[in-house]
Structures are given as structure tokens and as C-alpha cells.
Write a protein that binds this ligand. Structure first.
Ligand SMILES: [Zn+2]
Length: 134
């Protein structure tokens, strides 16, 4: 990793971004290449992605926020907990307000504010792909 640390920060950011783009594209290519994935495989893949995202959000966001809260007049867990709840409420509000359609749902089952947008515009959330995960 010494070669990487010796690079200019802009080049480091470019390489890191290119790497994450490449592995994301590789994962997406696997989805396109597979003709038919079983429900069990999809559930496993979603669970894996959820685990990665939870771990990344803890170690990259929550743990540093807890560490930065030390030395204040309030318990160290309060600022991160408040931020976590506000972030969750914000995403819940976006889901309720922004017009969208979950994959696998009919055009009549749009969520959010009513709109005349076409169904291709409304399909923007990929994480919920069945009626049970609404
Ligand atoms: Zn939704």
C-alpha cells in the first residue's frame, strides 16, 4: 500500500472511485449474465448487500460519530442516535413523498405524491422487489 499512499490525494480518490465503480459494474454484470436467479439466491444476495451496508455505516459513520462525541456534557451515544433517527425519518419521508414504483408492482401501485410520470421514470428503487418487502 506504500505506492498508493505516495500518490497525490486526487489520484488516490480517482483510483478508489474507479475501483468501486469496477466492482459495482462487475456485480451488476453478474445479474445481467444470469438468465434466471432463484428467490433463495436473490434473498442471499440482498442479505449480503445489507450486511455490507450495515457494517460500512457502522465503521465509517456511527463509530467515528460516537468517538467524536466524547468530552461533551451529554452521553456519547446521544448525538449519533439522534442523527441516526433523523436520517431514518428522512428516508421514510422521502419514500412517502417522492413518486416511485417498486420493481414487480403494477403501474397502479405507485407510491408517493400522485404524478403523471411514466412508469419507467417511477421505477427508481431497486431494493424492494416483491410485495412482501414493501
Ligand atoms: Zn417505496
Amino acid at each position: 500500500m506504500d505506492w498508493f499512499n505516495g500518490l497525490h490525494p486526487v489520484i488516490q480518490a480517482l483510483l478508489a472511485t474507479t475501483f468501486t465503480w469496477a466492482v459495482t459494474a462487475l456485480g451488476a454484470a453478474g445479474g445481467f449474465a444470469a438468465k434466471q436467479l432463484s428467490r433463495r439466491t436473490l434473498d442471499g444476495m440482498l442479505g449480503f448487500a445489507a450486511g455490507v451496508m450495515i457494517a460500512a455505516s457502522y465503521w465509517s459513520l456511527l463509530a467515528p460519530a460516537i468517538e467524536m462525541s466524547e468530552g461533551k456534557d451529554i452521553p456519547i451515544w446521544v448525538p449519533p442516535a439522534v442523527g441516526f433517527l433523523v436520517g431514518g425519518i428522512f428516508l421514510w419521508g422521502i419514500d412517502k413523498m417522492l413518486p416511485h414504483l417498486h420493481i414487480g408492482f403494477s403501474a397502479e401501485e405507485t407510491e408517493g405524491i400522485k404524478t403523471s410520470w411514466r412508469w419507467t421514470t417511477l421505477i427508481m428503487e431497486m431494493c424492494h422487489n416483491s410485495k412482501g418487502n414493501r
